[in-house]
Design a protein around this ligand. Structure first.
Ligand code: SF4
Length: 333
């Protein structure tokens, strides 16, 4: 039996967990691969026109998955931390897919993730749907989840050690866990915190490989996944209220953490056109960066963004950070 995991949205964070879970249960897992023009076109054609680019891309990956596998995995993310929720598009994702993708009904596997405090989303109750549909025993499910959780915790420890998600995913695929820690880049001229949801930052078609482009400009990279969740939340404590959305809080909390980190020279917020939650996160990051006196810029990207325009903006920003740093160093500050 083949199940496709769409290479979009929270794939970049949870793939090691889901891939291990399904393999342990005996599925052949199909990864729909990195986004390409064909996937994007399929998704844009099927999805409603004014929805955000990440959902259009996810839709394209589901169509791709339906062509290659018996089932496609489309979890319904509602909550992993009380009292916050996911963006409504995540909560309604299976409905969005069923309503827009022909032939998806009955072939999408959609566990409901509605947890009080369980970022690791490895509780058997979430995946009970697999015992109902495929007849696995509860014991089989529990054992598979135990293994999946172990792998996910290992993956997270790589992120916390400073590997970006794409490199940590590569470590998972090649199983070179320890030696890959040497791949953390630390010798760049400046350090930038690249803040944004994993599916914006790491989808090379959306962000046009912003991380690789910055690394090629001799920049060290920090991202929100490198900041453990409790530290990100600790940094939100001076607000009277948190945002409604979990990953928005994590991006903002990590941003506040990096603003205090003397190693970080500037911040880039990567956001998709049409993202409601990011309209708020971006304003907070800009405001706090102004107060901290650290340079900040926004990269608002979608499927139509021109690469040349983006490279020019990145080069200008990096150049400004390098000059500022040289000036500081030459004045002994
Ligand atoms: S958080 Fe923003 S980018 Fe992500 S699914 Fe919601 S609207 Fe789209």
């Amino acid at each position: 039996m083949k199940i496709a995991i769409p290479h979009a949205l929270l794939y970049y964070y949870y793939f090691p967990l889901w891939d291990t879970l399904f393999r342990e249960l005996g599925f052949e897992v199909v990864d729909t691969g990195i986004t390409n023009k064909d996937i994007l076109d399929k998704g844009s054609k099927a999805a409603v026109s004014d929805i955000c680019a990440p959902i259009k891309i996810f839709t394209g990956h589901v169509i791709e998955g339906l062509e290659k596998a018996d089932y496609v995995f489309v979890p319904r993310f509602a909550r992993i931390k009380k009292p916050e929720y996911f963006c409504p598009k995540f909560m309604g994702l299976p409905d969005i897919i069923e309503g827009t993708v022909e032939g998806s009904s009955g072939r999408i596997i959609s566990p409901i993730i509605h947890e009080k405090n369980n970022e690791d989303i490895s509780s058997p109750k979430i995946y009970g749907i697999l015992t109902e549909i495929f007849g696995f025993s509860h014991r089989e499910l529990r054992l598979a989840l135990k293994k999946a959780e172990e792998v996910f915790l290992r993956f997270k420890s790589l992120l916390h050690s400073g590997l970006t998600c794409d490199k940590a995913l590569e470590s998972y695929r090649t199983q070179r866990w320890e030696e890959d820690l040497k791949r953390v880049k630390k010798d760049g001229e400046v350090t930038i915190a690249v803040l944004g949801y994993v599916y914006d930052v790491y989808d090379s078609f959306i962000s046009m490989d912003v991380i690789k482009k910055l690394e090629a400009m001799n920049v060290n990279i920090k991202t929100f996944e490198m900041v453990p969740t409790d530290i990100a939340y600790e940094n939100l404590r001076h607000y009277r209220k948190r945002l409604f959305w979990t990953f928005s809080n994590r991006v903002l909390g990590a941003g506040l953490f990096y603003l205090k980190d003397p190693e970080v020279d500037g911040l880039i917020h990567v956001t998709a056109f049409g993202c409601g939650p990011d309209a708020i996160v971006g304003r907070f990051l800009q405001y706090e960066s102004d107060i901290a006196g650290k340079p900040f810029t926004t990269l608002r990207v979608d499927e139509h963004t021109g690469e040349g325009h983006m490279i020019t903006r990145l080069e200008a920003f990096v150049d400004m950070l390098k000059r500022k740093k040289w000036a500081r160093v030459s004045h002994g500050i």
